[in-house]
Design a protein around this ligand. Structure first.
Ligand SMILES: Cc1cc2nc3c(=O)[nH]c(=O)nc-3n(C[C@H](O)[C@H](O)[C@H](O)COP(=O)(O)OP(=O)(O)OC[C@H]3O[C@@H](n4cnc5c(N)ncnc54)[C@H](O)[C@@H]3O)c2cc1C
Length: 599
């Protein structure tokens, strides 16, 4: 039976030793309370909830799925009770503003908890996950009254939220959306249209659902400049702010889909439903970016979750499953055969999962620290620096970690052989669940265009330069550390190459804009491999130091060093192919006429 165990030892290593969380929290006003002891206690409680309450519901959720009946959705057995326990445990309010009922802990702490919750049961985690984005959007752009009415209920977990962007004819290209918002006499709006693929659009977990909806005002300019953002609650709040009259928004059906069966993916019909404008008219997409950025880090976490889950279960199986003998002679002569973990090709899959899990964790936690700094840093300069870093790292984290999550989940199936392909062990569920992550919240292709086109080239390489400078400084700081040379020599060479390649693509793009699209996906993956190399080199450096300071935990640190070596020697070389492909230009993609693809 597949299960999940929160990787607390690795989380602590990342937080305390690599990212120096104590110093980080002490430097931010309002975060001083988050001492290492407190963080540790919260993580342990979160781990218990994930392991004991959510993990046992993961396979149940997949097998039962959500049931649709006359506009209502029943979630799988145990989902509603687990949500109730989550609310009673105070988890939804952890990282939110005390003014609206939150516990005021740093945003990053919520992200660490989300890793465990998401790894244990991704489908379930999406219900509170979408609320989190709705809360951030309301906090950033809502009026005081809207915050009082909606934010407090979302923070307490009594109500949940959604994000309603997609329509049948527009997914990536939101400029084409048609949902209408007509002003009413009382200052509210009447929202009409149909949204599709709305996660958690209808369910039985909470008393009300607050939809955050993109729609067009009458006479709004065409395209993305004419989109506004609205709150459309399932039930309109009464005078006391409690659930009141039913609004004209309803779920028309739910999708039958490849994975994440426990999460309802809904068609939502807005039939002149009452809505309230959030933020200025026609600036909805800007406001929605607050939601989308939260959601993108959240989706990057999904990649990590499937990697970690796949790794844990693959490892247990590979230690147990007996097949064939090691090439160098039996390792367990007392047994009928050796466990498959002795075979180099199986180890390659396990180490790939492990390297992506621990590297991905470092990337998400580093991004989480930038979220804290962007919100709370003492100076405007430091805030800007964190925002810039986050803006560069968000598309990398989202697309790279979901692509590697998919690869890792697929290795999970392969490690189990035929037993991975059948449903019993949960490996095929992990792969099916992982598949959506490269699609929603901006596909890999769209994240790649965002990274190369908008973030890198449009800033004249400035955002990238700031990040490569950080990597460069790290490499320089290791000049006298002989043991680190295998890592830093490769890292500094690639760090320089990153800038050179960007320049070459930028030059080509001045002659032909298609060069950006043609290079973008490989460019993003290449960027991901270097970013993880930096984070693996940092982990290796800390592990080397700790080996002398704390030899009692030597096995853990040796494992870190060996995994870092695996990453540098077996995964980082993928950058060679990526560099060659991205420089091969746009012609090999564009010269075949659309009508001649097939005869
Ligand atoms: C299970 C599930 C849950 C979802 N949850 C939500 C939700 O809660 N709220 C919500 O609003 N939406 C949600 N979505 C919608 C999701 O965000 C969209 O499916 C996604 O944005 C892609 O849009 P699309 O499906 O219309 O694909 P399209 O936009 O039609 O894209 C099709 C293909 O073309 C590629 N493509 C498009 N434009 C370009 C370009 N310029 N360059 C390169 N490639 C391009 C895409 O990468 C993709 O491979 C969900 C979808 C699913 C399946």
């Amino acid at each position: 039976m597949a299960e999940y165990k929160a990787p607390l030892r690795d989380m602590q290593f990342m937080l305390n030793d690599v990212l120096e969380l104590e110093q980080h929290y002490q430097s931010l006003p309002g975060c001083e309370e988050a001492t290492p002891d407190m963080v540790s206690a919260i993580l342990e409680e979160g781990a218990k909830f994930a392991e004991r309450v959510l993990s046992p519901l993961n396979q149940v959720g997949d097998q039962q799925g959500c049931q649709f009946n006359e506009g209502e959705v029943k979630t799988p057995d145990g989902f509603a009770e687990a949500y109730q326990a989550f609310v009673e445990g105070g988890w939804p309010s952890l990282a939110h503003n005390p003014e609206w009922g939150g516990q005021g802990l740093p945003e990053s702490l919520g992200i660490f908890i989300n890793e465990m919750v998401g790894s244990a049961n991704w489908s379930w985690s999406m219900y509170p996950g979408l609320s989190h984005g709705a809360m951030n959007t309301l906090e950033a752009h809502g009026t005081q009254e809207q915050k009082q009415t909606y934010l407090t209920k979302l923070v307490s977990g009594e109500w949940t939220g959604t994000m309603c962007l997609t329509e049948a004819h527009c997914g990536t290209d939101l400029g084409m959306l048609r949902t209408k918002a007509e002003p009413a006499d009382d200052g509210s709006y009447r929202i009409s249209g149909t949204k599709i693929f709305i996660s958690a659009g209808e369910h039985d977990l909470a008393g009300n659902i607050v939809h955050i909806v993109l729609a067009r005002l009458p006479d709004a300019p065409a395209g993305t400049k004419g989109i506004s953002l609205f709150i459309v609650p399932k039930f309109l709040p009464d005078a006391e702010g409690n659930v009141g009259e039913r609004n004209a928004v309803s779920c028309g059906s739910i999708e039958h889909k490849m994975g994440i069966h426990g999460n309802a993916t809904c068609v939502m019909n807005f039939d002149s439903a009452t809505g309230y404008l959030i933020g200025p008219p026609n600036k909805g997409l800007n406001c929605m970016f607050t939601f989308m950025n939260t959601a993108r880090i959240g989706t990057a976490l999904q990649g990590l979750s499937h990697t970690e889950w796949g790794f844990q279960n693959s490892l247990a199986y590979a230690r147990d499953r007996l097949q064939m003998r090691a090439l160098s002679g039996p390792k367990h002569p007392d047994k009928a055969a050796d466990p498959i973990i002795v075979h180099p090709a199986v180890r390659s899959m396990l180490l790939t999962q492990k390297a992506f899990a621990e590297g991905g964790r470092a990337l998400i936690y580093f991004a989480a620290q930038q979220v804290d700094r962007a919100k709370l840093a003492q100076t405007a300069e430091e805030k800007q620096e964190a925002e810039d870093l986050l803006s560069l790292l968000t598309p990398i984290a989202k697309a790279f970690l979901t692509e590697t999550g998919l690869e890792s989940a697929s290795h999970g199936v392969q490690v189990f052989g035929g037993h991975g392909y059948i449903a019993e062990w949960g490996m095929e569920q992990n792969l099916r669940d992982a598949r959506i992550a490269t699609i929603y919240e901006g596909t890999t292709q769209v994240q790649a265009l965002d990274l190369l086109g908008r973030k890198v080239l449009m800033s004249q390489g400035e955002l990238l330069k700031r990040f490569t400078k950080i990597i460069h400084k790290f490499c320089q700081s290791q000049t006298d550390n002989e043991q680190m040379q295998p890592f830093v020599s490769a890292l500094s060479r690639l760090n320089k190459e990153w800038g050179d390649l960007t320049l070459q693509i930028g030059m080509k793009a001045m002659k032909n804009r298609e060069e950006v699209g043609a290079a973008s996906v490989e460019y993003l993956m290449y960027s991901g491999y270097i970013t993880l190399a930096w984070l693996w080199a940092r982990q290796a450096e800390v592990a080397m130091r700790k080996l002398t300071e704390n030899p009692s935990d030597a096995d853990f640190y040796h494992a870190k060093l060996k995994t870092a070596r695996f990453y540098f020697e077996r995964l980082l070389p993928r950058t060679r192919t990526l560099a060659e492909v991205m420089l091969s230009g746009a012609d090999n993609l564009m010269e075949l006429d659309s009508e001649h693809f097939a005869f």
